[in-house]
Design a protein around this ligand. Structure first.
Ligand code: GEM
Ligand code: CA
Ligand code: ZN
Length: 451
């Protein structure tokens, strides 16, 4: 057991919050922040910033810091990097930490007031907007109809299609094959994850028939890719011409000017249980008013449940892609315990062994996600805790804010997506029996399914 944080956070936070709300803009400027560009109405147009916070060295201390409502973007031995609003930065300082503001994401030319920017700024045009992503997917589906099919599984809050792409030989048939799920872009500013999904779609279609590993995989698995869980947030992040550092979806909150729910705190497993999310709509990690309140989470939850055939979940393994920090994470996030209800020793060992093997191939750091800080309502906790899918979270390139943080240049896309090729193939190949990772396939998988 690791140390627990003493209670009383709500009172302290409430006090801090009223303090910080009363603080004028001058306070932020006194802390070295440049004045904000004038914005149109709405509280949510205040751009958050990244700060290096020196001090929190334990998961418990980081969880307490995350309780300010800031998102923790990097974890180091003696410091972390957070994204925080002015109020959250003030709350973190009240905890006794020293915050150093980091440079803002590269600003392109500001758009004319009211103008809608249609593309990423210079240096980033290799990233796909939602329209470009849709077009690329439709082109691939038209080119490879025998092995790739597209379904609209629902729509986002603003009405954009959320897609599931299926890759398999005999793609139009639901064959009795182990299924694998890859999801991307829960968090708006993590644009590299959409490129990861597009890389996989291109790789697994164009190499079928020529690359042995890819061919075997599509012959024996059904692979699902949900390339964009948060299209509204992604478009919002780029639509001013400056990156907005946006994380959440774009769903309004009743009784508040603050927009958005953190999708990765909204899944219906131990939702809001454990100080691993926020109940304040203004926070980066706002969990929403109830479990699966976000339409995007509902759509993907329903899709995953639809893969239960004759009482058996067909999806066996999964990766949810995020940026950044170069990590391979596994459940649970809601507890520091490695084993307990819903996680036997063998299950934990399977997660850890497979996680470390994948990390050995992409050079990321493997760990249980709560080693970083507690999170509740994350997708991998739901996929495992509710659906018994061996689900990982990959935090992609870069390892630190100094190498671009959430906004690395488009020139890194080919290398940093291909970097995960082997890990993705490993996870898909072992989907017939993940327990093979610990040599216990005979005990757990005898005579079940085919591989
Ligand atoms: C993290 S990823 C979530 C970590 N917890 C679990 N259960 N995997 C987050 O959501 O805060 C970082 C990110 O946003 O990319
Ligand atoms: Ca098939
Ligand atoms: Zn993320």
């Amino acid at each position: 057991m690791r140390p627990r944080i003493p209670g009383g956070r709500t009172t302290v936070l409430a006090a801090l919050l009223s303090l910080s709300l009363a603080a004028p803009i001058a306070a932020a400027q006194a802390q070295g922040a440049p004045p904000h560009r004038p914005t149109s109405a709405a509280a949510d147009t205040e751009l958050p910033h990244q700060y290096e916070v020196t001090g929190p060295t334990t998961a418990a201390a980081r969880t307490a810091l995350a309780a300010t409502g800031a998102s923790i973007d990097e974890v180091h031995a003696r410091a972390v990097v957070v994204t925080a609003s002015r109020a959250q930065a003030a709350a973190a300082r009240q905890l006794g930490y020293v915050l150093r503001r980091l440079p803002d994401p590269p600003a392109a030319k500001p758009a004319a007031p009211g103008a809608k920017v249609k593309d990423f700024p210079p240096g980033y045009t290799g990233y796909h907007t939602y329209a470009e992503e849709t077009k690329e997917i439709d082109t691939l589906v038209a080119k490879y109809p025998a092995i790739l099919s597209k379904q609209v599984i629902g729509t986002s809050h603003e009405g954009r299609d959320i897609l599931a792409l299926k890759l398999s030989k005999n793609v139009t048939k639901d064959e009795n094959e182990p299924e694998v799920l890859f999801t991307a872009h829960q968090h708006a500013r993590e644009h590299l994850t959409v490129e990861m999904a597009l890389y996989l779609l291109n790789e697994l279609t164009s190499k079928y028939g020529s690359d042995d590993r890819v061919t075997k995989l599509l012959d024996s698995r059904e692979i699902w890719i949900v390339p964009d869980l948060n299209p509204d947030g992604g478009e919002y992040d780029i639509s001013s011409g400056n990156f907005r550092m946006w994380r959440k979806n774009r769903q309004p909150n009743a009784g508040s000017n603050e927009v958005g729910t953190d999708l990765n705190r909204n899944w219906d497993f131990k939702w809001g249980c454990c100080n691993g999310s926020s109940d304040d709509p203004g926070d980066e990690t706002y969990r929403g008013p109830s479990a699966a309140s976000a339409p995007e989470v509902q759509v993907v939850s329903k899709f995953v449940r639809s893969r239960i055939v004759n009482g058996t979940q067909q999806i066996k393994t999964a990766i949810d892609f995020h940026t950044y920090s170069e990590l391979v994470l596994w459940p649970f996030g809601f507890t520091n315990d490695e084993t307990g209800p819903g996680m036997t020793q063998d299950e934990h060992d399977t997660f850890a062994t497979l996680g470390k093997k994948m990390a050995a191939s992409n050079g990321y750091t493997p760990e249980q996600s709560s080693e970083l800080y507690i999170t509740d309502g994350a997708i991998d906790d739901w996929l495992w805790g509710d659906q018994r899918i061996f689900a990982y979270t990959f935090e992609m390139y870069p390892s630190s804010s100094g190498s671009g943080g959430f906004y690395p240049k488009d020139s890194v896309i080919p290398k940093e997506t291909a970097r995960n090729r082997d890990a993705v193939l490993q996870l898909a190949e072992i989907a017939d029996c993940p327990y093979r990772a610990i040599g216990k396939q005979d005990q757990y998988c005898k005579g079940k399914g085919k591989g």
